[in-house]
Design a binder for this molecule. Sequence first.
Ligand SMILES: *[C@@H]1O[C@H](CO)[C@@H](O)[C@H](O)[C@H]1NC(C)=O
Ligand SMILES: *[C@@H]1O[C@H](CO)[C@@H](O)[C@H](O)[C@H]1NC(C)=O
Ligand SMILES: *[C@@H]1O[C@H](CO)[C@@H](O)[C@H](O)[C@H]1NC(C)=O
Length: 505
Amino acid sequence: MASSSLIITSSAVLFLLTLAVLFAAVPADHHTPRYCAVRGCCNVTGAITISEAVARTGIARNDKCHAPYPTSNPTTLCYCDGFCQRNDPDCCPDFYEVCLGQIPPPEVILDASKTETILLCCHEGNDYQVGEVLRINCNTCTCKPVLYEFATFVCEQRDCAINPEAFGEINDGNFGWSAGNQTEFWGASKDDAMHYRLGTMKPTAAVLTMHQIQNDMPPEAIPEEFDARAQWPGLVEGVQNQGNCASSWAMSTAATASDRLAIQSNGTFKYMHLSPQHLLSCNVKRQQGCAGGHLDRAWWYMRKRGIVTEDCYPYLSGTTSDMQMRKGNCYIKGRDRVPPFCPNPTIRSQRFMSTPPYRIAQDEQQIQAEIFTNGPVQAVFNVKSDFFMYNGGVYRHVPMKTTSPASNVVFTGDQTNVQADGPLEDELGGWHSVRILGWGVDSSYPNRPLKYWLCANSWGTAWGEQGLFRVIRGENECDIEKFVVGVWANIDTDMMNPIKTNNVI
Ligand SMILES: *[C@@H]1O[C@H](CO)[C@@H](O)[C@H](O)[C@H]1NC(C)=O
Ligand SMILES: *[C@@H]1O[C@H](CO)[C@@H](O)[C@H](O)[C@H]1NC(C)=O
Ligand SMILES: *[C@@H]1O[C@H](CO)[C@@H](O)[C@H](O)[C@H]1NC(C)=O
């Protein structure tokens, strides 16, 4: 009996020993990559249970608790905070052993017969099966099992240009403007909006020293409100739409040139709508087309070459998938004053030129005097991401605390731009150019009149105030008063002859 029991005990010990070796082998394995072991583990902030953690997406997560994954690629991340504990694919491989002292749980293996009946993801009242893919604003989400009995949408984690969670933060703050869903930007990530909807290179130091003019208009002659469209009816360009092309440099240059041409020719050249596509496609030297351009080079082209009308050379870059157009195939080369044909063959147009542009001093009254005397001006502007959501009012930048792209879904993936702790000013913004058409004072807030500039953007008429926006005046908000440009049309007497300027064959 005694020996037999000894044998049993020995085999039990042996068996335990084997287990111990197996368990010990995991952390000892020198092939296990070290992530959390190097970076350290972080406590999960708040959430205890899995469902609580899921419900509190973005709160429980500690976004700073990450390591590059794999180590050779620093653009993707894995996590060492407790939030990754939900069998999400974003825990670092050594999270379980280093942070929890466990060997990793097995991968979720689905019992196909149970999956269809039990595991469903719910989004906005609709059920989705595991594996279904859904686009939620700017992120692609896949319905995935999180635990054996639980499924949820796992989404890319890009910051979206329209972030409904920030509406309240802005609208309750009484900043003078309201935020809303701008169809033009719904579904676009912040990064894409910055990349494809702006398009003016920051003026270089050399450009900033450009010749400035001084307007001697006495300050008392400057009216309280002014709108170039009322002052010169029919002579000011409407709102353009650059589409998905970073061409604001060409848009604002062509529109400012059109305005000045119409006003300075006393209406002889009204409705010319000078062609941004001509600039975009033909002003290519050290310009980037749909990836942005320099205003000084655009004006150089206006001065030396001139551009035709929109009818002649229609804008296609923002809407077409025709790569030739997007890249900017130039159809009107050289410097012929009267080109033999337009890309639109039923139209004939001359090239319209300008004199060298001039810079207006960074001074509220100087900018007012220039617009009052000569018409709309071009202004460079630093766009912060809250501006995409502008729905009306007098804009000033609001640094946002809310960065979580959406609620009620689990996000994974690259979070390099996201900082969860405290208020953030993570945005450098992007450079854009617009036209300033006038100014005024908004008295909708008692005891707090808001002085504004009235500006025309190039994001279509569905955005903002029918495509226009108002921005705080006199404070160089987002640098809008820093680089303001005016120009003279180059109108010679020949061009004033209406027979020669008839642009229809
Ligand atoms: C994590 O939380 C536990 C219990 O709340 C605490 O004892 C521990 O010190 C915390 N660790 C860190 C690194 O903050
Ligand atoms: C925003 O507008 C788009 C398109 O008009 C719509 O599909 C989307 O559901 C809207 N989003 C919100 C949060 O209202
Ligand atoms: C436009 O009208 C103004 C004032 O009547 C005049 O001084 C100017 O010469 C005119 N310009 C052209 C191009 O005709």
